[in-house]
Design a protein around this ligand. Structure first.
Ligand code: F6P
Length: 517
């Protein structure tokens, strides 16, 4: 972004009155800062923004030409320059006939749905003829967080095998999943775009040994979801159980690909199609709706304003929905892996902050943990409340109380309270947004997730970064391989790295400990 434009936006930000004054002087505020789209009611009226700043921000979205950029993305243009790749996640839920990418994707999704429905009905069963009662997904990052978050969010729709997720290299994770499981009735899904990720491959090998110890025809108990089919086939996955996605789908944007296979097993192929249809509805909205009434654009502008212009370093995403408890973890990867960068696509340092730290916990639990700091701490933390209009639970009164707490917290943050005793005073003027899904259905959840994908992408365009690469995770991976080799050989080498003493200490205690595989 042009430095002059950036600084003039920053000046506008500094001139914004307090939320109390903004509400007093503009009675239409809650109309122009509220939008209803694709089953989501979004209220941004308690963000620190006035009309002239909003117009200037919408102008920025027009300057970076958000809708044209999305259309280029859908046409298969190279949007990820540092990896020379197209960015095709919108094609995953587009009608098959709309593009060659959509055609390819739909074929694989149909294969996934047929296989999942077979697992659910018992037509696809284990080597000893027993139905699969448990599906264990082994994957990490984008090959875990999205499906795990959705499977939990839609657990009220679950009517298939029990679905579990294992991601961590810490054996405690797989130990827990295997506890009480029966090799004869367990299906493993090895989810990995690259089919090389250390954690996933290590856990997959242990899972294979666990099945093989009882069932020589172990391959019948494994499915792969990958864009490296050759590696999966070489590992021993059967061709008819190898579901593919593509180089042009980024890991954290892969939820609508066959990476969703565990969700299909849990809720069925038709309900997964509903989820995709919610995503597709939001895709249509983002490319057709005027930028000043466009939900992902408005959302991105608020987030970018808070991080780059107001310089608020973190955002708390608080789902007031127990089933959405994994949403913050999913968003951490989507937003921070995409936009946690400091150089732009032109290789130069960016102006202003890029990705905020995204964190959160389900409400109302968070209220009894860290909300003290949100209300009276020295740091200002914008809060995003995510909740539902309708309750799907057994207790509607509890849902009313849940919603009442969203209203109360958002009001308290914005309005604050004066008090003669300083420790009982709330300064207020603390920003928050409220996103309300009509209900926690596959369709509405799909719309919400596509909204977050698009908002992340738009924020990246505003920041000038490439949201689709993740070079920042490479160095740690390389050094882990070196450290693992040193530990396996029992020798630390001569190089005096800063962690050399720690490695030597570990080698010395390791010699004294009994070893388990
Ligand atoms: O942590 C980096 C990363 O490459 C993520 O982008 C990705 O989602 C994750 O690792 C898992 O990668 P894969 O699906 O290839 O196993």
């Amino acid at each position: 972004m042009d430095a002059e434009v950036f600084h003039s936006l920053k000046n506008l930000t500094q001139g914004v009155a307090s939320l109390a004054e903004l509400f007093q002087t503009d009675s239409s505020r809650s109309q122009w800062l509220t939008v209803d789209a694709c089953g989501i009611h979004a209220d941004f009226s308690r963000q620190r923004i006035n009309k002239s700043l909003y117009e200037a921000l919408v102008h920025c979205a027009d300057v970076v030409d958000v809708q044209r950029s999305f259309k280029k993305m859908m046409a298969g243009d190279v949007m990820n320059a540092t990896e020379d790749r197209a960015v095709g996640h919108m094609a995953l839920r587009a009608p098959a006939k709309s593009s060659p990418m959509a055609q390819q994707a739909s074929g694989q999704l149909e294969r996934g749905k047929t296989l999942a429905n077979g697992v659910r009905s018992g037509a696809v069963c284990g080597a000893t003829g027993k139905h699969f009662a448990t599906v264990i997904n082994i994957g990490i990052g984008g090959s875990d967080l999205g499906p795990a978050m959705v499977a939990r969010a839609l657990r009220r729709f679950a009517n298939g095998p029990v679905v579990k997720f294992v991601s961590n290299i810490d054996s405690a994770d797989l130990d827990e999943a295997l506890h009480g499981a029966d090799p004869e009735t367990t299906l493993f899904v090895i989810s990995s775009k690259t089919f090389t990720t250390l954690e996933t491959m290590h856990n997959a090998e242990r899972a294979r040994r666990w099945v093989q110890a009882i069932i020589p025809r172990w391959a019948q108990h494994f499915v792969a979801a990958t864009s490296h089919a050759e590696a999966a086939l070489n590992w021993g996955i059967q061709k008819d159980r190898c579901l593919e996605f593509f180089d042009w789908v980024g890991g954290r944007f892969s939820l609508s690909s066959v990476i969703g296979f565990p969700i299909m097993c849990s809720i069925g192929g038709d309900q997964f199609s509903e989820f995709l249809s919610g995503m597709s509805e939001m895709d249509h909205h983002v490319v057709t709706e005027a930028t000043d009434r466009n939900l992902p654009v408005m959302h991105a502008l608020m987030w970018w304003m808070n991080s780059a212009l107001h310089s608020f370093p973190t955002v708390a995403v608080i789902p007031y929905s127990h089933d959405l408890a994994r949403l913050p973890a999913y968003l951490q990867q989507l937003i921070m892996e995409s936009n946690g960068k400091s150089v732009g696509v032109d290789g130069r340092s960016v102006l202003g902050g890029t990705s905020p730290v995204v964190w959160g916990e389900a409400g109302t639990n968070g209220q009894h943990a860290f909300f003290q700091m949100l209300h009276q701490g020295t740091q200002i933390v914008p809060v995003e409340f995510v909740t539902t209009g309708a309750s799907l639970g057994e207790d509607d009164e509890a849902h009313d109380l849940l919603f009442a707490n969203v209203i109360a917290q958002s009001e308290a943050l914005a309005a604050g309270r004066t008090h003669s005793e300083p420790h009982k005073a709330f300064e207020g003027n603390r920003p928050s947004s409220v996103l309300v899904l009509d209900e926690l259905s596959p369709q509405c959840l799909g719309s919400l997730i596509a909204m977050y994908e698009h908002s992340t992408t738009i924020q990246g365009w505003l920041m000038g970064v490439n949201s689709f690469d993740q070079w920042g995770v490479e160095l740690g991976k390389i050094l882990a391989v070196d450290a693992a080799k040193a530990i396996a050989s029992g020798k630390s080498g001569d190089e005096q790295t800063m962690t050399h003493p720690l490695l030597n200490w570990y080698l010395s205690i390791r010699k004294k400990l009994p070893r388990n595989q």
